[in-house]
Design a binder for this molecule. Structure first.
Ligand code: UGA
Length: 432
């Protein structure tokens, strides 16, 4: 049993904290947001993550997890302190804002009386651990990097069955403590890799940038497919079955979004600049993703002919399914743009209404798919929630001429043609 402290109860801190508690550790989660702490104490999770509520409640009942806004007390009671605070980009910049990380690190150092291990779980640029280490004067504190590879919506499974656990450490004793913390997962088959601290910091950025590259690559191939009468899914299957390439993350769709890929590709380029290394591929990926956003905006007027006065329905607005996260979702660009062009927008999302659209003109939330699609001229399938996969478009009370633009290729385009639905998708032949 280890005594752990998680600083920050966002996706990474909360999911990891709850899952570490479930492995039998004693966990204290700290957040400066008092409201959040109050709710968490009652077992109410501030985020939507499948399976999280159940494990949260169970571990509160079993007294393995506690929540507090008192950082100094939490640090005193713990041996391993995880920094899980946000690392957003600075405004209009590629640089990463590390102020939350350093603020938390300073507090931890100040309140450490005995030997502690500080672990950065937040995604931090290469050499951040070195900078934290410089803040430690004459105290016995080890600084470790342990990047997180959890996907939103699949975070619990990713924690319990990780592809790998990466520890970046320059001290063998601290490495062994980290190994013992992860032993239950290692015993179930998880790979455990140890590198130096900077190596682990870079592994995280390079992983996300590589996955973003795969997505941008297939999205560009999808554009070529659309113009040349080829199905991008055939191409993804054909290239993905080469083990050197691999089939995952080759689903063409909108621009990649979320709280990680857009931020981390930029963060990696900034790191390249710092170390005077040209990362031209990552730079191109960022540009390609920006182009993708423009491409989608231009596509809708092409499908509809004229946007002004048209009723457009969005099904799903989050950046991916099984999450309520709106960060860097394509809908944040598409909906305001279409509203400005004079369209009336209705949207439905399984995670409810979004504050981001409350002040946008002509945008209305609907409580069901049926209600959202009423009188629609165009239905945009924006996010691939399972519940959208069974929609029978012919039974919806849309306009007779209603078209469907499927950004996630949820439906078989030949079937849609048979059903006489005007159907548009991504990187597949247009049969209209
Ligand atoms: C991503 C990584 O997958 C995690 O390993 C990592 O831990 C996390 O970032 C992080 O750094 O914290 P996440 O952002 O939750 O996880 O979501 P993904 O499932 O990776 O999707 C990211 C974006 O790529 C979404 O917009 C998704 O729609 C898009 N995507 C994904 C595609 O367009 N095609 C694909 O084939 C896969």
């Amino acid at each position: 049993m280890h005594k752990l402290c998680m600083i920050g109860t966002g996706y990474v801190g909360l999911v990891s904290g709850v899952c570490f508690a479930d492995l039998g550790n004693q966990v204290i989660c700290v957040d400066q947001d008092k409201e959040k702490i109050k709710k968490l104490r009652y077992g109410i999770s501030p985020i939507y993550e499948p399976g999280l509520d159940e494990i949260l409640k169970k571990n509160i009942n079993d007294k393995r997890i506690q929540f507090t806004d008192n950082l100094s007390e939490a640090v005193k009671q713990s041996d391993i302190i995880f920094l899980c605070v946000g690392t957003p980009n600075k405004k209009n910049s590629l640089d990463v804002n590390l102020s939350y990380v350093f603020k938390a690190a300073k507090e931890v150092i100040k309140n450490s009386k005995s030997h502690k291990i500080i672990v950065t779980k937040s995604t931090v640029p290469v050499s951040t651990g070195d900078q934290i280490e410089k803040l430690i004067k004459k105290k016995k504190i080890s600084v470790i990097s342990n990047p997180e590879f959890l996907r939103e919506g699949e975070a619990i499974r990713d924690f319990r069955f990780p592809d790998r656990i990466v520890i970046g450490s320059n001290e063998s004793k601290a490495t062994e403590i980290m190994r013992s913390l992860y032993t239950p997962l290692i015993n179930k088959g998880a790979k455990f890799y140890v590198t130096n601290r900077r190596g682990a910091e870079l592994i995280k950025y390079a992983s996300n940038a590589f996955l973003a590259t795969k997505i941008s690559f297939i999205n560009e191939i999808a554009n070529l497919c659309e113009k040349s009468g080829i199905n991008v899914e055939d191409v993804a299957l054909g290239i993905g079955s080469d083990n050197r390439i691999g089939s995952r993350f080759l689903r063409a769709g909108p621009a990649y979004g979320g709280s990680c890929f857009p931020k981390d590709t930029k963060g990696l380029v900034a790191t390249g600049k710092k170390f005077k290394t040209d990362l031209s591929i990552v730079n191109s990926v960022i540009k390609s993703n920006e182009n993708r956003k423009k491409f989608l905006l231009e596509r809708i007027p092409k499908i509809l002919g004229r946007v002004k006065g048209k009723s457009i329905t969005f099904l799903g607005v989050t950046f991916k399914p099984n999450t309520d996260d709106m960060r860097d979702s394509n809908s944040l660009i598409m909906i305001p743009y279409l509203s400005k062009k004079g369209a009336r927008i209705k949207y439905y999302d399984p995670t409810g209404e979004k504050k981001e659209f409350k002040k946008i003109k002509n945008v209305e939330y609907a409580f069901s798919v049926n209600q959202a699609c009423m009188n629609a001229d165009l239905i945009v399938l924006h996010t691939e929630w399972d519940e959208f996969k069974a929609i029978e478009f012919n039974t919806l009370k849309t306009k007779k001429t209603c078209k469907v633009y499927d950004l996630r290729n949820l439906f078989d385009y030949k079937e849609m043609k048979k059903k006489k639905i005007k159907y548009y998708s991504v990187g597949r032949p247009n049969l209209n």
